[in-house]
Design a protein around this ligand. Sequence first.
Ligand code: PMP
Length: 386
Amino acid sequence: MKSRKLLMIPGPIEFESEVMQCMAVPTPSHVSPDFIDTFANSLKLMKEVWQCPSGQAFIVAGTGTLAMDMAAANLIESGDKALVISTGYFGLRFAEILKRYGAEVDILEAEVGDIVSLELIEQQLKSKSYKLLTFTHVDTSTAVLNDAKSIGALGKKYKVLTVLDGVCSVAGEEIRQEDWGLDVVLTASQKAVGVPPGLALLVASQNAMQAFGQRTSPVANYYGDWANWLPIMKAYENRQASYFGTPAVNLVIALEKSLQLIVKEGLDNRFDRHKRAGKAMRAAIKALGLELLSKNEQVSANTLSAPLYPSKMDTSSFLKDVNQEGVILAGGLLPKLKNNYFRIGHMGSVNKSDLLATVGAIESALKNNGYSHELGSGTVQILKHF
Ligand code: PMP
């Protein structure tokens, strides 16, 4: 179809047609037996995908920001100390959210395109006693990947609750929540989980649930209060009807389907496919003579890439030209640099033809805008690496 465009932004992404079909089924009652089974299965599948068998899963209508808000609202009491490790726009957002609930927040901010070193994080954890630490697995503004396993281990060593913003990583980048000792891993439906926007998803460890249970003040957020949602999640887990706020019924049906597809692919296969996609896209971008915002391979995300525009090119119509070629990409997000780079999402169902089409569209748009390169020099890297 001539009008069809390929959506290659870092969320929402291209969704599997089996998932989209779930959005079109007649909406059942949220307390019907079939839907109760769907909800229960989704909670169970989340723990499998998050690799957190003893965790508590939550599915709530909302977005990734609500998932962040819930983690902060339920784990922070006024005066608690929190450490934010920021690798971009979404790290700073977490700091703002934590402050709303009265946390005293320290921020360790990485240079653009880099991470904060583990040594620096450890030094900070040694110097002060924190209740909670947040970090962004993949910051969607910079395409920088944090070492979640090592930060989880530091959290355990210093007895700090660790909250991983996995909005741009869950079901794309490797995460083993329980083995890595991460207390909350949160995401939104529209990214690598592969479901249209509208669900806030998180899994909390037993440790996090205990910390919640030991609160002495009420949660200052009515909708997000785990005291309201926990009995609902427990009821669905036990295949019983319950109600606090109406679930996003069709989205939950779509979630069950997508999680089933993810488990069917196999988590290790899926992580590997994302690694190959990331590596191939970065190789293609570099072969075209463009640089990436992320500083080196080690700190580069596999779910998206953030190429810098060539310095002498007029960039004003670049994304429009890519769109004309049938591919939708995103602009920069960091306020100070947003006109200097663009972003390509490659997560979820992404396959070789998506990558080829995307790099082909980028090559054509570069050429249209007067940037000289050998046509095909980027696309060949996809063929070589994916
Ligand atoms: N964290 C990260 C890393 C994100 O990429 C996003 C969304 N781009 C969010 C949080 C916020 O999610 P939402 O837009 O669904 O509220």
